[in-house]
Design a protein around this ligand. Structure first.
Ligand code: NAD
Length: 366
């Protein structure tokens, strides 16, 4: 499978042009394009511009609504509860986080929930928003309106989604922020999609086939990514992170992100329209209300240094902390460009065409 390298800025312009053609205001198109390209820069191609063809299908099915604002349906002390109105999660989520951070400056602690938003994308983006404001944040997210993808521990078929969790801690002058941003499955669905598009196989233990047997074929997840195709293998499932521990975290993403936001869990009484609704439970904390800031910064630096001082098992694989792989990827991709495989590129161009953009116009951005 061939791939090409595209610089972040022209890619953002192309994505923004496609989103505008899909009905988004210039501002929304830029926020969503920026989020997607930042996910690619961070190395998370699963949540980058490769999502566009899916978003276009959802727009055309009226399951994704451009130009929405988060509706504050409850404000009670330090609690803010928003409804995302099925808008672009990247835009609605950013606005809801802005309000949560602003309130946290007064109260020191905010519980913000956001229900009923279309795909929020890379959850780390919201952690980065808190970090930029000097805040700590915790995010638990579930996914509904989509068939389940992840098998529970000891189960043989999919019952949950990849229910991400993100924990964000601001950095210091010497130590960049610590940002743990992960699916509660061993891999995100998009990673299987990217492997499928590239014709690659998956490592052991990441997926099971339709009979619950271990598999290395990302094609067992293709039917979830490309339901319109009729040549997909029977549906398999992703496996949970860390066996029953990841399964437990996925369940709590349902209970916190899904249930306490009022959005609902993935249990089968709720609709599954092959779309994506994300519901997010977020705590934003002003650390300066808890501990002395200079002491906190010293502790952050010291604990990270302590972890990294562990002699690596393989000399070419140093100990990292959460957030390092994304920083490494960003530096590399900002200088060398973002790799996009031909299948993903073709899907993006086809998506743009269905909205009325010509290839000639789209290729000018490259
Ligand atoms: P991943 O496995 O690549 O990384 C998970 C975390 O581990 C990251 O914080 C990373 O910094 C850290 N990490 C990686 N290697 C490390 C190392 N050697 N040492 C220390 N830390 C290390 O990510 P993932 O679980 O595949 O998730 C990918 C993305 O998918 C995330 O951005 C997530 O938010 C997103 N996601 C979104 C949804 C949704 O519904 N919106 C669903 C699932 C996943």
């Amino acid at each position: 499978m061939q791939e090409m390298l595209i610089q972040a800025e022209p890619l953002k312009k192309l994505v923004s042009a496609i989103l505008t053609k899909g009905g988004s205001s210039n501002e929304e198109a830029q926020v969503v394009a920026d989020h997607l390209v930042r996910a690619n820069l961070a190395g998370h191609d699963s949540h980058g511009v490769g999502m566009l063809p899916f978003y276009i299908r959802m727009l055309q099915a009226d399951l994704l609504k451009p130009n929405q604002k988060p509706e504050l349906f409850k404000s009670d002390g330090s609690i803010l509860m928003f409804d995302g109105q099925r808008g672009y999660g990247q835009s609605v989520g950013k606005m809801a986080m802005e309000q949560a951070i602003e309130k946290c400056r007064e109260s020191g602690l905010v519980l913000m929930t956001l229900r009923n938003t279309h795909h929020l994308g890379r959850i780390g983006t919201y952690g980065e928003q808190s970090i930029a404001a000097g805040m700590v944040s915790l995010h638990f997210v579930n996914v509904t309106d989509h068939p389940p993808l992840v098998a529970p521990f000891r189960g043989s078929d999919a019952r949950f989604s990849t229910n991400p969790i993100c924990l964000a801690m601001p950095g210091t002058e010497k130590q960049p922020p610590v940002l743990l941003d992960m699916a509660t499955s061993r891999i995100a669905l998009g990673k299987a999609r990217v492997a499928f598009n590239k014709g690659e196989t998956l490592k052991d233990g990441l997926v099971i086939d339709h009979k619950g047997q271990p598999s290395n074929d990302p094609g067992v997840m293709a039917g979830y990514c490309f339901p319109e195709r009729n040549d997909n293998p029977p549906l398999g499932a992703l496996t949970p992170l860390g066996e029953y521990k990841g399964y437990g975290l996925a369940l709590f993403s349902e209970l916190l992100g899904g249930m306490l936001s009022g959005g609902g869990t993935i249990q089968p009484e709720h609709p599954r329209q092959n779309s994506i609704i994300n519901n997010m439970f977020t705590l934003v904390i002003d650390p300066a209300r808890l501990v002395d800031v200079s002491w906190m910064q010293h502790e952050v630096e010291a604990i990270v240094a302590h972890a990294k001082a562990s002699p690596p098992v393989n000399s070419d694989e140093p100990v990292l902390v959460a957030g390092d792989p994304e920083r490494i990827s960003k530096k590399e991709r900002l200088s060398q460009g973002i790799p996009i495989d031909d299948a993903t590129w073709e899907q993006i161009l086809e998506g743009g065409e269905t909205l009325g953009l010509t290839r000639e116009v789209m290729m000018k951005f490259n």
